[in-house]
Design a protein around this ligand. Structure first.
Ligand code: ARG
Ligand code: ZN
Length: 872
């Protein structure tokens, strides 16, 4: 069932033009597809039969040129249509009937809240009509959409609208033409009763582009932030990459039922509502930033993805890794660069490292897959981004821009490969990236082991760096990677020492061998190394820091990321000690160095508030689990919670004072400095809520009552429901109040479910089950499923792993049910179970049983089949 990169072959036929007509009705849609087919001349003069793919289609008729074929003349397979070919070029007309109303997979054409919409990446187009649904087949699309005018006044597709009209009986039509050739995965169609927010953007060459964001009418007041973000993105891509927009119109549509975040369809981006809508009253700071980042991401795909697309799905990271890198740099420029780096490194080190260490580990360019939907992963996206970032670090920023220009220039209008990208970078910079290419072939997280030595008589300091990479499924041994390791050496005062003649205090070591030593001359004392500054490579670092060294780095390292990382390392070690103690039944002491170090951070008035907040966060349970030899979930939760309480008790006055000085502001603005203040203040509130003290407990309730925006409201709500000292009455009162205010806002209701399911105290299995019955829960909505089931299974370590496997059984039941309805979403929800081998024996066995039960279900989707068989 697997397909392999090594088997890639260009198609026998090209489809130069695709003319589609959609007749949309209440119980079906009729799709007429007229394809201009041409023989791939590279494959010879003969004309083999043509096989198109199609799934869940009712075939109505097939015509070659102007002749209708009889059923005896074509072969209809369960997922294919094969037609005879007699000439080098011909037109193929296929009429199919589909049922968008019954399409619960949310791939292809489906309905969400009465609106028709599409999701075609990766292989959804084949659920619309028979086609060569592969990204190297690029075609010029013209799309006519016909529907009832009253119900569906807005009819959209890619490109420019070139004609419209009305029929008798209340139906109308619009024809869209996309002048750019594109693969079918970038096709989109929308039909609904939508309102629009309009604006314009003038490009660098002076062309005016119409910008339109469409939503259901009750959400139309929540589009401003997305519009501002879009205009910022368009400007940034011109300034930083020299990329100009290319159509007269750019549209975004918000839909409630969506499997992923958003989709970059040419000229018509379709977004999960949660990634586009924002207002002070309904969205947190984090959501504001997420909207900005995703709007940018999808917009940037217009060049990195659409103008230059992927040859095949093994190359997915070509567009995704590069586009994530582009959006990360955009967000860093718009907000706090330091915090963005810490956030991205956190995702890598908790979730992506876990993926790399699990049964689904794959290189950023996978070598095989059963179901491509399973490869829209943190590895392809986030590690792919880190690989692009390393290229920039290795070749330098100026060369990187030259390489990007060369890449776009060479491959504009083409379906390219990761190799094309690396080659362009190599050609533009003159830097040899041959060994660097191992990052595209090898899975797993490399480990660098650093040892050092100081020789006082020769005044030489040497750093030895060894690298290794653990085995991953199908890859037992690995070749050494080319790893850029940024370092600095700190003297006893915390000053970074000059490392070369020009006095630079940071150097990027090009680690290429399995083991290599660097020597630094002229030192009077043994320095403390600051290693992997700014997270210069997606690797683990082993260096035997003493705890006082970590405290020192927390105070003095001039690299914000490493300063933060030192604190995380220290806290991780201290919590790991407690876990060990708990397992032995001993009362282990909390190392006072950590408590004191947090006091220093709290007191540091020079420290940027955003960075300070990050430094005050303890490593998450997920991060602690990732770094554990064997995961003991309940002990991790207990140990972490004790450390949190100890910090709150020790620094109560300081935290309280900080909370008071950071007063709530009047009007909300999602501006970086304000976000930093709110986040810091709410971090303080979280600590204060750990205190068994009525006046401290009252703070959160008061903040809930007085909050002027969703950020402060939700922080207060979380503090209340996660506190062990609040009464059930208070918790219920707040939950009901929140429900009353937001029951009609689907995106906000997601957070209402999530706050509860992810709460270690409130989110018991019983409570989660009762929420499934709630009127606002909707099991056809991926957002709701992620909020409730994902919040519980991925966000609530304590409750999910309590009991004797009931949580796993519950999740398995849902996965089995959802697999019939929406395999993509089912497959993603299964992730926590796939990590079973890392858990302590009791959990491990229960998790394995749950997976076995899923595996035994007949007719599993390819999505679930692949993950469950690879996991066991
Ligand atoms: N290309 C989209 C993005 O990165 C993701 C869409 C993937 N969708 C899917 N169903 N696999 O923005
Ligand atoms: Zn993307």
């Amino acid at each position: 069932r697997a397909i392999y990169l090594k088997d890639y072959q260009a198609p026998d036929y090209w489809i130069d033009t695709t003319d589609l007509t959609f007749d949309l009705f209440e119980d079906h849609a009729l799709v007429t597809s007229v394809l201009g087919v041409r023989r791939n001349e590279d494959h010879g003069e003969d004309t083999p039969e043509l096989t198109l793919v199609g799934i869940d289609l009712e075939l109505v008729s097939v015509c070659v040129d102007d002749t209708e074929l009889t059923p005896a003349q074509y072969i209809q397979g369960s997922e294919s249509l094969t037609v005879p070919v007699a000439s080098q070029a011909f037109s193929l007309t296929v009429v199919t009937r589909i049922r968008p109303q019954e399409n619960t997979s949310l791939e292809g054409l489906y309905k969400s809240n009465g609106m028709f919409c599409t999701q075609c990446e990766a292989e959804g187009f084949r659920k619309i009509t028979y086609y060569l649904d592969r990204p190297d087949v690029m075609s010029k699309f013209t799309t006519k959409v016909i529907a009832d005018k009253g119900r569906y006044p807005v009819l959209l597709s890619n490109g420019n609208d070139i004609a419209r009209g009305e029929f008798d009986g209340g139906r109308h039509w619009v024809t869209w033409e996309d002048p750019f050739k594109k693969p079918s995965y970038l096709f989109a169609l929308v039909g609904g009763d939508l309102e629009v927010v309009e604006d314009t953007f003038t490009t660098m060459s002076g062309k005016e582009v119409a910008l339109r964001i469409f939503t259901e009418s009750h959400n139309i007041d929540k589009c401003d932030h997305a519009m501002v973000s879009l205009k910022k993105s368009m400007k940034w891509d011109e300034e930083v990459y020299g990329r100009e927009y290319d159509l007269d119109i750019f549209m975004i549509v918000a839909v409630d039922h969506f499997n992923m975040g958003a989709m970059e369809n040419k000229g018509l981006n379709i977004f999960n509502s949660s990634c586009v809508l924002a207002s002070p009253d309904t969205a947190t700071d984090a959501s504001y930033q997420r909207v900005e980042a995703i709007v940018a991401h999808e917009y940037f795909h217009n060049w990195s993805g659409n103008r230059v697309t992927c040859r095949d799905w093994f190359q997915l990271s070509l567009k995704e890794g590069f586009t994530v890198f582009r959006d990360a740099e955009f967000s860093a420029d718009m907000n706090s660069r330091g915090v963005k780096r810490i956030e991205d490194a956190t995702v890598m080190k908790t979730a992506q490292f876990a993926e790399d260490a699990g049964p689904m580990a794959h290189p950023i360019r996978p070598q095989s897959f059963i179901e491509i939907s399973n490869f829209y992963t943190l590895t392809v996206y986030e590690k792919g981004c880190e690989v692009v970032r390393m290229i920039q670090t290795i070749v330098g920023k100026d060369n990187f821009r030259k390489g990007s220009d060369l890449y776009f220039d060479r491959h504009d209008g083409e379906a390219a490969t990761c190799e094309d990208f690396v080659k362009a970078m190599e050609d533009a910079s003159g830097v040899d990236l041959s060994q660097f290419r191992n990052w595209y072939n090898q899975a797993g997280t490399p480990v660098i082991t650093v040892t050092d030595h100081f020789n006082p008589s020769s005044r030489q300091y040497s750093l030895t760096i060894g690298q290794s990479c653990p085995a991953t499924p199908g890859q037992d041994s690995k070749l050494p990677f080319h790893i850029p390791v940024a370092i600095a050496l700190l003297d006893q005062k915390g000053q970074a020492l000059p490392l070369n003649e020009v006095g630079e205090t940071e150097q990027v070591l090009q680690v290429t061998a399995a083991n290599e030593t660097w020597t630094f001359d002229g030192l009077t004392e043994k320095p403390l190394p600051s290693i992997l500054r700014n997270f210069s490579a997606p690797v683990r670092v082993n260096y035997d820091y003493r705890r006082e060294d970590l405290v020192f780095l927390m105070k003095y390292d001039s690299d914000g990321y490493n300063r933060w990382d030192a604190g995380q390392r220290l806290a991780t070690e201290v919590i790991q000690d407690l876990v060990k103690g708990l397992l032995k039944g001993e009362e282990a002491e909390i190392d006072s160095k950590l408590i004191e170090a947090f006091g220093v951070v709290l007191a540091d008035e020079q420290l940027d508030k955003a960075v300070k907040t990050e430094m005050l966060r303890l490593p998450t349970e997920a991060s602690l689990a990732e770094q554990a030899e064997e995961i003991h979930p309940l002990q991790i939760c207990e140990a972490r919670s004790r450390v949190r309480k100890a910090i709150a008790v020790a620094h109560k006055n300081q935290i309280q004072a900080l909370y008071q000085t950071l007063e709530q502001k009047g009007d909300y603005s999602p501006e970086a400095t304000e976000i930093a203040e709110r986040t810091l203040r709410n971090t303080c509130l979280g600590y204060l809520s750990e205190l068994e003290d009525d006046s401290q407990q009252q703070l959160a309730v008061d903040q809930y009552r007085s909050a002027g925006n969703m950020t402060d409201l939700r922080a207060a709500m979380s503090a209340v429901i996660n506190s062990s000292y609040q009464s059930q009455e208070t918790i219920d009162a707040l939950l009901n109040d929140f429900l009353d205010r937001y029951k009609n806002d689907s995106v906000v209701m997601d957070s209402w479910f999530m706050m509860q399911s992810a709460s270690p105290s409130l989110g018991t299995l019983e409570h989660v089950k009762s929420l499934l019955e709630h009127a606002s829960f909707d099991s056809t909505s991926p957002n709701k499923l992620r909020a409730l089931l994902g919040g519980f299974a991925s966000g609530n370590m304590k409750q999910f792993h309590s009991g004797s496997g009931e949580g796993y059984e519950f999740l398995a039941d849902w996965i089995i049910t959802l697999d019939k309805q929406n395999p993509q979403t089912a497959s993603r929800l299964m992730t926590p179970l796939t990590r079973w081998k890392k858990y302590e024996p009791v959990c491990r066995e229960h998790m394995r049983k749950a997976l076995e039960r899923i595996k035994a279900v007949p007719d599993l989707s390819t999505d679930i089949y692949e993950v469950v068989t690879k996991s066991l």
